[in-house]
Write a protein that binds this ligand. Sequence first.
Ligand code: EPZ
Length: 421
Amino acid sequence: MDSIVVKGGQPLSGQIQIAGAKNAALTLMPATLLSEEPLTLTNAPRLSDIKTMTALLQSLGVEVTAMKDGNVQVLSSHALTSTTADYDIVRKMRASNLVLGPLLARHHQAVVSLPGGCAIGARPMDIHVTALEALGAEIELKDGYLHAVAKGGLKGAKVALRFASVGATENVLMAATLAKGTTVIENAAREPEIVDLVKCLRAMGAQIEGEGTSTITVEGVDRLGAASHAVVTDRIELGTYMLAPVFAGGEVECLGGRLDLVGSFVEKLDAAGVSVTETQAGLKVSRANGRAKAVDVTTEVFPGFPTDLQAQMMAMLCTAEGTSVLEEKIFENRFMHAPELVRMGAQIEVHGGTATVHGVDRLKGAPVMATDLRASVSLILAGLAAEGETIVSRVYHLDRGYEHVEEKLGAVGAQIERVTG
Ligand code: EPZ
């Protein structure tokens, strides 16, 4: 298993190119199942999760051609051979459950393994199931698999999500594009990845309104056609690299960064005394003179503070001036990075979904262990600020969501290397 070794104390300077969004690509790729025509995705990120989704779609008979080292994906599902998503793939990546809605919509059947829990929570699928049943699907849980059928196809309906689940919104939205009649999704997720999915579905011929608001209306159509779509910038990778100069000092320009993607995150950076400047090419961040200030953070659905940036923010607040309180309201177990940061000298008390961080002057490098995707990158960021050497093990978590971290940070002056082993 690879590790990443970071030596702290080197101020950063330069530009980091932000990639296409993992969490957009993982819902755009299954959208190919809605049409027999090819779907071309450009600006696709080069990540292990994309490889996992590719393997899943290929197991269903989708032809996937990766070009330009994976930056372009051409997907074609004109000759499906299966409608079953196997446990051995789904358990590795929860987003595999996003084939459920498209398979039901076009093939009127699907067998999708329940993903099982993951490090950050139980991650049930009840909201997905209730929403698809509202469109007429019959879904039964058997041997750990959801067996779903839509006799005569799906029918448009009013769907009220009990919680603005991102994945459930994506599944029911894709299903509704081919359902007979009108579907109104209430309490829909508003994340930029949903907006990006709608742009792509519309290019394929879907009739959708209201994306980015809590109410999305879909007029079902008989079929969808070919499309080419550029994957939206990854707002979580963006937020992650915007924090890098706050840890290490210096200044970094994140190319492709857009303020509308990270509004609530930038508000918190402002409150912490970190200046963010919009440039022609993206967003530039420099360490305020002296230490950042403590701020309180509560994770919420978009446009609130994103849960996927909570670990990175906590790591930054470990050396802020004062005490910060972080509340994690989206997942039940998303503080696993806290004990690892404590190994580096941070002072953090966790009680249930609340973490209290007392800022210290400096962290000290130490061997630490990645536990989930976003926790792993928060430890690397902490290593940029720490005295001495930090060794982050189990970086396969990292490779799921970040392209070549050591290259991107190394190019702006960080002392960082990957040790294979
Ligand atoms: C998406 O996961 C993202 N993944 C997650 O990013 C992100 O953290 C999450 O949205 C929240 O923003 C992808 O887009 C591939 P949810 P998703 O359904 O769709 C509960 C990362 O690091 N829930 O909005 O699975 C659920 O347990 C990953 O890139 C139910 O109870 O998130 C969680 O507590 C991590 N029943 C909360 O809702 C359901 O049927 C939010 O889940 C569905 C969800």
